[in-house]
Design a protein around this ligand. Structure first.
Ligand SMILES: [Zn+2]
Length: 229
């Protein structure tokens, strides 16, 4: 069982960056919730925890300690940038880091950036290093993501729920790749056969649409899916 720790940046009395009617703490909550849901629905072999379920206030050291005490295998801190720039960047600690940490940054950075670019031109601000407390104090591979700027034109995308969902899912896929999680086997759609071919049976052809509708009704009553083409 791999242990994944998600840190929602800021929270409670610390809203993080605020601009354009948006609060960083709310956006980081949304992105992480989408990530958590996506992992839960699509992968197996892991447990995950979040630094705050709701709008609690936490210090940076408390976040790192929660992950360390639990024995997390990976730590991801999600943030939104400010300073009127544009684009995406990711961070690892600027002291000694393991090759695992570098690998985590590479896979997450690539997955998130390519997903964001499905929504428009996104600047790659690069894979960076900094002396951030949550990165310095955590004992496992740890990455912090800065997902666009709240106080620039980027805010348009940050107001788009589909974008936040996609960014959350990209975080989840990156973590799944890094940890080598197995995909959940999904129940096959009832009409589909394993090689992906689909065989349809036609049961009637009518020149009068009403006759077709009558037959479709009969079939539905008997439990068969019926469509009129
Ligand atoms: Zn932040």
């Amino acid at each position: 069982m791999k242990k994944i720790f998600w840190d929602k940046g800021h929270g409670g009395s610390d809203p993080g960056a605020v601009a354009n009617g948006l609060q960083e703490k709310t956006l980081t909550h949304q992105i992480v919730e989408y990530a958590v849901d996506h992992l839960f629905e699509n992968y197996t072999g892991f447990e995950q925890r979040v630094s705050r379920a709701g709008d609690q206030t936490l210090t940076l050291s408390q976040r790192a300690k929660m992950a360390n005490d639990w024995g997390a295998d990976v730590f991801v801190s999600v943030h939104i940038n400010a300073g009127k720039g544009a684009g995406f960047e990711s961070y690892v600690y600027n002291g000694g880091v393991s090759s695992q940490t570098v690998a985590l940054q590479n896979v997450l950075h690539g997955e998130i950036l390519s997903t964001m670019r499905q929504f428009g031109n996104i600047t790659d601000r690069g894979k960076k290093r900094a002396n951030y407390a949550v990165l310095r104090e955590t004992k496992m591979p740890a990455v912090l993501t800065e997902n666009l700027f709240i106080d620039s034109n980027d805010a348009k995308l940050l107001k788009n729920e589909a974008f936040l969902k996609a960014v959350g899912e990209a975080h989840a896929r990156g973590i799944a790749k890094f940890l080598g999680l197995s995909q959940k086997s999904k129940p096959m759609p009832s009409q589909q056969v394993p090689d992906g071919k689909l065989y349809r049976v036609q049961v009637g052809a009518f020149s009068d649409r009403r006759n077709a509708e009558n037959l479709a009704e009969e079939l539905k009553k008997k439990g068969y899916p019926a469509i009129i083409v």
